[in-house]
Design a protein around this ligand. Structure first.
Ligand code: SAH
Length: 398
């Protein structure tokens, strides 16, 4: 059913594939000009013709496709069904948890199918396709899902360029259409989810443990500044953990109503909290001018952002962002520093913290560290897949 093509991998990269590295880099492929259509199954061999594995051709920012297996087995319907069944099995504890019904079901290469993620939102599934190539396997993947779990309906996002192609107006795939918002629960807290409204659906599931930690260990009695707050998910958890006042700051107009919606779903009086639509960098200046300080400051910026006055990139700007936060955090207060940028690791991230405090003549202690939760399954052979880095930093003085 699926066409196969032989592809030769340069020896240097063949060794990495033997070691379990799942990404097919452009520079690894000898006969790159022979690649035909995205979605073709590739039979990977080294320069001596030795079999390495099978993968598929699909162009993403990261590479030219993914290795799917290192065995000489058919990549067919039953192959995808086995992968999906075992991914679902690995999430059994989430299905059993009465207080959480929003989690990741299939996490790309972590579950053996690079280029696609599938999330579960209280009975509805959301598939993110990251290349035209993986999108070509839509049919076997949908079949595998139908055979592997009960769900009400499926939505999808095509997160690749579709030049001149028809774009679905609402991302609905099959089953029953949802009434939006879908209300999900996370550790007993409610969130409104919209699967028909752009790439961001209302909450980032990978921060689940960070939110829980803020609520259960840090928020009681504390004033909290939540920067780049989006729908205010961290603020909601802080408020439920006993923070008498949170301040959520985001540039996007819609963040205001979306934050009110999340507060209201959880019966929190949103009028006791502050929600500001403004540039975070202007808010820092404002807070300094007014001498406003916080017991907790949450930093979770996008990897790249552009506003009227600022151009921010996590790689270049995080140290300065930390300095702004340090300036308005009380002594003994906590800075929650987060990034989902895959371009540097935890060690480098910590070096930004070190530099920022040094330049502020401050002292600090890292009291908690988080990476991706278990449902965002990663593999040791692909450490860059474990992109999330979160530090809870206690400001001692500075
Ligand atoms: N921390 C959020 C997710 C942040 S998503 C959460 O856990 O849910 C990134 C957000 O940053 C977007 O909502 C975007 O509108 C906002 N943003 C980007 N640049 C900004 C800026 N300069 N000032 C304020 N918000 C900004």
């Amino acid at each position: 059913m699926m066409e196969e093509q032989k592809v030769t991998i340069k020896s240097k990269y063949a060794n990495r594939l033997d070691g379990g590295y799942p990404l097919l880099l452009k520079e690894a492929i000898v006969n790159i000009h022979e690649l035909k259509e995205e979605g073709t199954v590739l039979k990977l061999v080294d320069e001596k013709g030795r079999f390495l594995g099978k993968g598929y051709y699909g162009i993403q920012n990261k590479g030219y496709g993914w290795v799917l297996t290192r065995k000489d087995e058919p990549v067919d319907f039953s192959f995808f069904e086995r992968k999906i069944k075992s991914a679902i099995q690995a999430r059994q504890s989430f299905f059993d948890d009465p207080n959480t019904n929003a989690f990741r079901l299939v996490n790309g290469e972590g579950d053996g199918i690079g280029g696609v993620t599938i999330d579960y939102f209280n009975g509805y599934l959301l598939i993110n396709w990251y290349s035209e190539g993986i999108f070509r396997f839509k049919e076997p993947i949908l079949e595998a899902l139908k055979n592997s779990l009960e769900f009400k309906g499926i939505y999808e996002k095509k997160r690749f360029d579709q030049k001149g192609q028809y774009i679905d107006d609402d991302d609905f795939v099959l089953g029953e259409r949802a009434q939006f918002p879908i209300v999900v629960q996370e550790n007993g807290v409610h969130f409104a989810i919209y699967l028909n409204d752009g790439a961001m659906v209302g909450v980032f599931l990978d921060q689940r443990e960070v939110r829980k930690s803020i609520r259960d260990q840090f928020a009681a009695g504390k004033t909290v500044l939540n920067t780049f707050s989006y729908t205010g998910a961290f603020s909601v958890f802080a408020a439920l953990g006993g923070a008498p006042k949170t301040t959520s700051v985001d540039l996007a107009n819609r963040s205001h109503s979306k934050t009110i919606e999340q507060f209201s779903l959880n019966e929190i009086d949103y009028e006791a909290h502050e929600i500001r639509v403004m540039d975070v960098f202007n808010y820092f200046k404002y807070a300094v001018r007014k001498n406003i300080k916080f017991d907790m400051v949450i930093l979770d910026p996008p990897s790249f952002a552009r506003s009227k006055k600022h151009r921010f990139s996590v790689a270049k700007g995080y140290k300065d962002l930390l300095k702004e936060a340090i300036a308005i955090t009380e002594d003994d207060g906590i800075i929650v520093a987060s990034t989902n940028y895959a371009g540097f690791n935890m060690k480098k991230f910590k070096s930004f913290v070190e530099k920022a405090f040094k330049e502020m003549n401050g002292t600090y202690k890292i009291i908690q560290e988080h990476s991706l939760p278990d449902d965002f399954k990663t593999i040791p052979e692909f450490p860059e897949g474990d992109y999330l880095k979160v530090l809870f930093i206690k400001k001692i003085k500075g």
